[in-house]
Design a protein around this ligand. Structure first.
Ligand SMILES: O=C(O)CCC(=O)C(=O)O
Ligand SMILES: [Fe+2]
Length: 196
């Protein structure tokens, strides 16, 4: 069984399960996803300037759900067998059902993700988001919107973090850049849609 650690002190729940995949299974899924997922570069706008990131993204789901970010809309691709297998394992662990998955590929520690919350209107309000990490170990930060309180955790290879309840309302999260990490990391966030 997994020892689940609650990482937020108040105003939401973020449950860290630790590694839920063996190193062998993690390596297998990492290779499969690298080869089979349709990865695309992300676009960001910073102070009105347009940048193409080295981070790559992909969007999969039960149906062709639209997903809008950085002013562009993508449609979810159908699940691959590897994604369905991971989705099933994660649903068994969390007791939730997910409709979509956003994948992020960080080639090294030089790529990260800035402060945000996953509170788009397409997502179920106060739903569950299950974040599975493959590859390099990376720190992951939470910041409370009102108090500024910060919490840092380490996302181990093969680990699962579930954010639920009012987490997205009260807390921001980020994947900080770090020069210390040379290896690649893949993150999968399984999400519940409002129209799921
Ligand atoms: O890579 C991560 O761990 C974070 C990804 C994330 O926050 C997101 O996709 O919304
Ligand atoms: Fe996020």
């Amino acid at each position: 069984m997994h020892t689940i650690t609650e990482v937020l002190p108040y105003d939401g729940q973020a449950r860290y399960f630790g590694p839920v995949l063996s190193p062998e299974a993690s390596a297998h899924f990492q290779e499969t996803l690298l080869g089979q997922i349709v990865w695309e570069s992300d676009q960001v706008f910073i102070y009105g300037k347009h940048y193409i990131t080295k981070r790559q993204v992909a969007w999969y789901g039960d149906k062709s759900y639209p997903y809008t970010y950085s002013k562009s809309t993508k449609r979810a691709l159908p699940w691959t067998p590897a994604l369905l297998s991971l989705k099933q394992q994660i649903e068994d662990l969390t007791g939730e059902v997910y409709h979509t998955c956003l994948l992020n590929l960080y080639p090294s520690g030089e790529e990260g993700m800035g402060w945000h919350s996953d509170d788009e209107k397409e997502l179920r309000k106060n739903g569950s988001i299950a974040s599975l990490s493959l590859g390099a170990l990376r720190p992951f930060d939470f910041k409370h919107r009102a108090s500024g309180h910060k919490v840092r955790i380490l996302l181990e290879p093969g680990s699962l973090l579930e954010m639920r309840g009012t987490t997205q309302t009260h807390w921001l999260h980020a994947l900080p850049k770090t020069k210390k990490v040379k290896g690649l990391r893949i993150n999968l966030t399984f999400r519940q849609m409002e129209q799921g």
